[in-house]
Write a protein that binds this ligand. Sequence first.
Ligand SMILES: [Ca+2]
Length: 234
Amino acid sequence: MSTTSGRSRSCTRWPTGSSSTASLLDGLLEANPRLPPAFWPLGSNPNDYSGHARNGIVRGSVSYGAGKRGNAASFDGDGDYIEIADATTPTTKNHRFQSTDTYTLAAWVYPTHTGVNRWRGVVTKSRDGGNRYGIWITSRERWAADTPTGVLEGTLTVVRNAWTHVAIVQDGRTNTRRLYVNGALGAIGTAAPGDGTGPLWIGGGASTGFWFQGKIDDVRIYERALSPAEISGL
Ligand SMILES: [Ca+2]
């Protein structure tokens, strides 16, 4: 490991994880260096390992324990979450998207308590202001992609105490937005704007109080549409 500051960061890997995960990330970074993903492996901290310094801040108390890819972040459902501030500089990814933009938001999720007439935010961007997007568990206990123009809700009931992979894929070129649950298409709708300037939250909808209870692992944002095969490999 280099002892010099700055460039030594390139040697840093996420605390725990599989080699296949590393290969997928590295390939994407090389394929599209201008628009790489954001990546929160949540092994022991809320840091972004994509190289874009989108490190999170823990609000309340978040613990780390056995997850899907190494460790995961654990939330008690009572107001604890990770906050990633909206970026304001042009050289830092801001994670704001227009309806004509293409992106993928993906995470592994292990709910220990679900909606039961109450929505729960899993990974949500700018929920409190502007055009939002994000992964939610709805009050009907279903996985969903929420936007200001409508909710894309799957039909499968959320399974508690089990890992489920959830991904939202928006393709601005085809004006579509898809929800994938464990790699399978769960719902499809039209693309929506998600350019609000509020923070990204892992573990809740912040001031809405729709806290997530359980574990979240391996949160990623890509600025391209991952294929179903790629999603299944996350
Ligand atoms: Ca992890």
